[in-house]
Design a binder for this molecule. Structure first.
Ligand code: SF4
Length: 489
């Protein structure tokens, strides 16, 4: 086996799990392909990186396509003493690419790592610490390490202002702290890469942080159906049970204290029955006053805001679906809105909702705090709707409530009460056939057609998928409410 380089991303993978590092390098076919949501996050990161370069005018963008060429060009450019973007640094068997290397004083450099998030995380410090180690091994003198991240209080007004968009924080002291034993860590991970055999690492909390490991399907596959990792209530109890050798919910011994929800889960898994609390469901249903308005929003948030008056990652609604059921005997009427073009959709959404939501009757949403938050955000930007919103908020009812309170539970929901699991459990119908089957997929799909270079054909397809998806969210709520009525009789 030839000597394998250790790159920055491999170092971070290795810090999380040595097995993950080994598989990433030697059996990459085992690592599932990047999904569209993750890819979108990467793309946002690249875009953010482009804006960050504007903080250092006169910088040189070093082409990245050719690995060796990038390293050779970087070396040549050191003498120019200008900011370098994407500088490739190779030192023995370790390699990194630095977002921005900025010359300071006569012969020193600052490392500036750019992140598309809105705060500094421990993993970023490890990331920069590896870069510093690599640069110093290559002979560079590093003065300061900085992390540039997104200022989520920045409000776009015309052209993006990079000085306002980014927060640049000096993280040198934190980098210094974690750098203490970096030499040993790097040596250890290089050893992993020198080994022909994959490390036999057991599953644990490290599979979940700092990133969800993509190999979980493989490594966690030995767990039985309805495993203790499907138990509600957080990881502490799950891992504590796992460490005691208990794998299945039904095998949890009687002396182990469980919450009310966990006891219901155990009962359902053990008996195969569905848990239904008729009285409580009846009480909930009494809150629903006709006409019933089933409402769902889809939103998207961008690292670089695209509409004036909005902030990075602000949730901007681009779509809603509304089913209206006038009375017990009526058939539902469907209304929908999906933003067109690149205009800010918020004024039109407010205009349409004001004419559709009437003055009385329950407005039902699943996890209504989200819809309420979207409405409040809309009215914050367009305060002329403040009085209208007051009336709307008093009519909101959360269809999540009977499920969050476990008045209904079906073991097929596992540990979640999201509509994506509750709808199939309750009605037998679900999202499997849909091209877009989750809120994040919808956000990414819309962002791509709103800000990308999609063809007319792609736009038409995505719009059709979005309309189908959001419609199912509100139609599904009707089915759920109908089923709750049937179950409570
Ligand atoms: S799932 Fe866990 S044990 Fe398996 S490679 Fe990933 S982090 Fe390591």
């Amino acid at each position: 086996m030839p000597s394998q380089l250790l790159t920055k991303s491999q170092y971070l993978a290795g810090l999380q799990c040595r097995k993950y590092l080994w598989i990433q390098v030697y059996e990459p076919e085992q690592v599932p392909q990047t999904d569209t949501v993750t890819q979108y996050v990467f793309d946002q990161g690249h875009l953010v990186g482009e804006y960050a370069k504007r903080l250092y005018p006169g910088g040189i963008d070093i082409p990245q396509d050719d690995f060796t060429e990038n390293i050779v060009t970087t070396k040549k450019l050191f003498a120019e003493r200008r900011p370098l973007f994407e500088a490739g640094i190779l030192a023995g068997r370790i390699y990194c690419r630095v977002d921005i290397l900025n010359p300071v004083n006569e012969n020193e450099w600052d490392i500036i790592e750019i992140k598309s998030g809105t705060s500094i995380k421990d993993v970023h410090i490890d990331d920069v610490s590896f870069q510093k180690y690599c640069c110093e091994k290559a002979g560079l003198k590093i003065k300061t390490c900085k992390l540039g991240f997104i200022n989520n209080q920045y409000v776009k007004n015309g052209e993006i202002d990079p000085q306002e968009l980014f927060v640049l924080e000096d993280i040198s002291a934190r980098v210094e702290e974690v750098s203490e034993s970096i030499e040993e860590r790097v040596a250890d991970l290089l050893e992993v890469l020198s080994n022909k055999v994959c490390p036999d690492t057991a599953i644990g909390r490290h599979c979940l942080a700092p990133y969800e490991c993509p190999l979980q399907v493989e490594c966690w596959g030995f767990l039985p159906e309805n495993s203790i990792f499907d138990l509600r209530g957080g990881k502490t109890k799950q891992f504590s049970l796992y460490e005691q050798g208990i794998l299945s919910i039904k095998d949890i011994p009687g002396h182990i204290p469980l919450s009310r929800q966990q006891k219901i889960q155990k009962e359902c898994v053990s008996t195969g029955k569905v848990h239904v609390e008729k009285d409580e469901i009846r009480q909930f249903l009494k809150k629903l006053k006709y006409p019933l308005y089933y409402l769902d929003f889809e939103t998207f948030g961008q690292a670089i805001p695209i509409y004036d008056g909005t902030r990075p990652y602000q949730d901007i609604p681009f779509q809603f679906s509304l089913h209206v059921v006038e009375s017990e005997e009526s058939q539902p009427l469907h209304h929908s809105f999906l933003a067109q073009g690149t205009e800010d959709p918020r004024p039109q959404i407010l205009h349409e909702l004001k004419s559709l939501l009437g003055f009385e009757g329950s407005i039902i949403a699943y996890c209504s705090g989200f819809e309420e938050g979207v409405l409040k955000g809309l009215v914050e930007a367009f305060p002329q709707y403040t009085a209208w919103l007051k009336g709307i908020l008093t009519r909101m009812v959360d269809l999540l409530s009977p499920f969050a309170n476990f008045h209904y539970y079906n073991a097929s929901q596992k540990d979640t009460v999201s509509l994506k699991k509750v709808l199939p459990a309750v009605s037998g119908r679900g999202y499997e056939e849909m091209t877009i089957g989750a809120g994040m997929d919808a956000s990414v799909a819309f962002a791509r057609i709103a800000c990308g270079n999609a063809t007319e054909e792609e736009i038409a397809k995505v719009r059709a998928d979005l309309l189908n998806y959001c419609r199912l969210d509100t139609e599904g709520m009707i089915w759920v409410a109908d089923e709750l009525r049937r179950l409570s009789n």
